[in-house]
Design a protein around this ligand. Structure first.
Ligand code: ADP
Ligand code: MG
Length: 255
């Protein structure tokens, strides 16, 4: 089976602190792969190393068989990697629709900010624009965002803002999607919806999903495999049932 994402001995240091320590893993195409671990374990740092926000101190990162170590975030996004952030990174002065269109912007030949002119001219760029809108409409339907499509994201409840951010990442049609604590701050009903959507996204799109998550119930229900980190090191990687019973995982979570 082919490998969507590979980390080879990835280490990230901040001065004397080793945030991620010699992490190696291969995530298969189509897998839902989760990363768990206590606060400060190095989970977000690992995502930042993958998406190019941080340069790795040592080791290498591979996306669909191609080395992306040291590439900038934009270049990596163009190669098919999208992500969400632990803390929301939406444009609050934009509507839901505009935030999702921004996710498409990677694909647009013309600058996003020229859209009004493009539409006026009805040239080839305008045809592209219609295609982009259709894709965004599909995501709006999928994530049940119809009722808030024209509302500023700053006016939406937190849970819904997180879904918009998920939608924006999906709008880029990634082959690999990184979700950093997608369920944090969601109520129970929203968490159930999220599980439903993640499964739906996998069923509908040709996609590999990595999830950082604290909620063990959620993680075990959606993941094919889980990697547990502690103090930047990988403790164990395997099937959910095995990982949650691993003595070091139990210890890391219970104190
Ligand atoms: P997690 O997401 O597992 O809670 P992080 O990856 O955010 O953990 O952080 C791992 C460690 O790396 C922490 O000790 C954190 O303070 C440190 N760290 C993360 N980013 C930076 C940074 N930009 N500069 C300095 N230290 C950082
Ligand atoms: Mg984090």
């Amino acid at each position: 089976m082919s490998i969507a994402l590979a980390l080879k001995r990835v280490t990230k240091r901040f001065g004397g602190l080793i945030a991620t320590d010699d992490i190696s893993v291969e995530v298969k195409k189509g897998e839902i792969f989760s990363i768990i671990g206590p606060n400060g374990a190095g989970k977000s740092t690992l995502f930042n190393c993958i998406s190019g926000l941080y340069k790795v101190s040592q080791g290498s990162v591979w996306l669909n068989g191609e080395e992306i170590t040291g590439a900038n975030p934009h270049a990596i996004a163009r190669k098919g990697l999208s992500r969400t952030f632990q803390n929301l990174e939406l444009f609050s002065k934009m509507t839901t629709m505009e935030n999702l269109m921004l996710g498409r912007h990677l694909y647009m030949k013309t600058n996003f900010w020229n859209l009004p002119t493009m539409l006026w001219e009805k040239g080839p760029a305008a045809k592209d624009e219609i295609k982009h809108r259709e894709k965004v409409e599909q995501i709006i339907d999928l994530l049940d965002l119809q009722s808030v499509r024209n509302r500023y994201t700053s006016q939406l409840p937190y849970g819904q803002q997180k879904i918009v951010e998920l939608g924006r990442a999906l709008a880029a049609e990634p082959s690999v999607l990184l979700l950093d604590e997608p369920a944090a701050g969601l109520n129970l009903e929203e968490k159930d919806e999220l599980v439903f959507w993640i499964n739906d996204i996998r069923r509908l799109f040709d996609i590999t999903i990595l999830v950082i998550e604290h909620n063990m119930g959620l993680v075990t229900s959606i993941s094919d495999r889980i990697m547990a980190l502690n103090f930047g090191r990988s403790i164990v990687t395997g099937k959910p049932e095995a990982v949650i019973k691993h003595p070091e995982v139990v210890k890391a979570y219970l104190g």
